[in-house]
Design a protein around this ligand. Sequence first.
Ligand code: FEO
Length: 170
Amino acid sequence: MLDEKMTDAINKQLNAELYSAYLYLSMGAYFESEDLSGFANWMRVQAQEELSHAMKFYDYLVQRGARVTLTEIETPPTEWDSPVAVFEHVFEHEQMVTGLINKLVDLAISISDHATNNFLQWYVAEQVEEEESASGVLQKVKLAGESPSGLFMLDQELSQRVFNPPASSQ
Ligand code: FEO
């Protein structure tokens, strides 16, 4: 049986992952409105990744016989000043999520929940990739913003991103 505090904390993280999906869909809608369909595609794929992160927590709670409790999802922002501002936001958001995952690991360790700590290590590794991916696009969009054709070329590149469902860690 999963500890009550751990169950609550995982349910909160499930909500945070769903919010991330919501945030990236909102960013995608912003890019659609700016006629940057490649950027919008990148965000759509990112939202799918976040949904898969949420479902991994959902499935873990079910597997441990704990109750999944869904709560209200915060309204995301809808406007940004520029593509650079969007990706600065993405990078900051992912750093914040890394902090949340680290706190979950701290909790698992503090109550000697080795199984959950082991489960969470998938997210620890995933956050390294999430931050790298966000900062990689941020650097490119900063460079692209300085040349007239740069944004168009980057939009073409980002249109190629496809969703690869993560392999199960269980
Ligand atoms: Fe679910 Fe982007 O971290």
